[in-house]
Design a protein around this ligand. Structure first.
Ligand SMILES: C[S@@+](CC[C@H](N)C(=O)[O-])C[C@H]1O[C@@H](n2cnc3c(N)ncnc32)[C@H](O)[C@@H]1O
Length: 341
């Protein structure tokens, strides 16, 4: 039976936010846990061209822009809290057990585990960082401290610093791992000039809004020593700045709007960086692996979080998979070099 309240919400969501947002929100509020196979197939199997057309064109661009501009007035920390400050134990159910990376891994074959794939990604980023061992490294949006730990484990002895906006992540990284992590908004907090040899970000530039991106790159540039490197992994839009998918994203990351890739690159160049590497990687196998682990741990998950939160993540992973499948965005690894002089 369909509950009248859900139906009313669905109808108003269709009008105000479009079809896909309405369906996603309707399913998130299901009174029972979403069924594993049906749910994955529902989002990832091809849809009719009429539905695709509706999903992409409604609401019209001016309405999408007005709604997104409104959402972007919120404080950064409220969006971060909504997504990350749920329960560290909940995240541990589906992230890799060794480092707890919450970012795209590198599966080199179908048989590799999530743990192996995350280690591959970390090794790839290490190569991009081009380290000798003593560099001072700042990790912007360090999550549960995964990359900082990987750097320690691989013998890095230079100073390591991490910033996060999530209190849950901070508690874990500081108290349980003893890492030098602080609750610092890397978008609004000034950095010390020329104090880092490397600045790293993995999956956090997605939270920087279009109007902030140049300011953030300028701060990173100024905070690096001459010849220093910034290494970033992030996904960015390829086609248009206000796609309908960004309206639906507000269900998962309220207040976030991805930036066009060309805007990232132009902003970085404008502040003085030379781009020395820009590669594209496939996020889909990681999303599938997280989904599988979450569903395998459904019982424990529902002890840790409420049903709506469980269904939200069950919806988030296949929708994100589809987002990359349809090439709405692509995951990039980019190296930015500050000149010596
Ligand atoms: C997708 S997680 C990635 C975490 C980690 N880098 C990893 O690979 O596992 C994004 C991270 O960015 C952080 N973040 C987002 N916006 C931030 C901001 N304005 N200031 C500080 N941290 C931020 C979040 O708190 C979270 O730790």
């Amino acid at each position: 039976m369909i509950e009248p309240e859900r139906l009313t919400q669905f109808t108003s969501d269709i009008v105000a936010r479009g079809l896909l947002y309405a369906i996603a929100n309707y399913r998130i509020h299901s009174p029972v846990p979403l069924e594993t196979t049906e749910n994955w197939n529902f989002w990832t199997q091809p849809r009719s061209s009429l539905i695709e057309w509706l999903a992409r064109t409604y609401p019209p661009e001016s309405t999408r822009k007005a709604y997104l501009d409104f959402m972007l007035q919120s404080d950064h920390s409220s969006g971060i809290e909504a997504h990350y400050d749920i329960s560290n134990d909940f995240y541990a159910l589906f992230l890799d057990t060794k480092y707890r990376f919450y970012s795209c891994a590198d599966f080199l074959s179908d048989r590799q585990t999530l743990e192996e794939a995350q280690a591959n990604k970390a090794a790839y980023l290490m190569r991009l960082l081009n380290l000798h061992g003593n560099e001072r490294i700042l990790d912007l949006g360090c999550g549960w401290g995964a990359m900082l730990r990987y750097l320690q484990d691989t013998g890095h002895f230079g100073e390591l610093t991490g910033f996060t906006l999530s209190r849950e992540q901070l508690a874990y990284a500081q108290t349980q791992l003893g890492l030098n992590v602080s609750l610092t908004n890397f978008i609004s907090t000034p950095f010390h000039q020329a104090s880092y040899d490397r600045i790293l970000s993995i999956g956090s530039l997605e939270h920087v809004r279009p109007q902030e991106i140049e300011k953030v790159y300028k701060k990173i540039y100024d905070a690096l020593v001459p010849g220093g490197l910034a290494v970033h992994q992030f996904f960015s839009l390829g086609r248009e700045p206000y796609p309908a998918s960004m309206v639906m994203v507000q269900l998962f990351f309220p207040g976030s709007l991805l930036v066009m890739h060309s805007v990232h690159i132009e902003a970085a160049k404008k502040v003085g960086f030379k781009i020395t590497h820009d590669s594209v990687h496939d996020y889909k196998p990681t999303l599938r692996a997280w989904y599988e682990r979450l569903t395998e741990n459904q019982h424990r998950a529902l002890e840790l979080v409420d049903l709506e939160t469980y269904n939200r993540y069950m919806t988030f992973f296949p929708i994100s998979w589809l987002f990359f499948q349809q090439q709405e965005a692509a995951l990039h690894r980019v190296v930015m070099e500050k000149s010596i002089s």
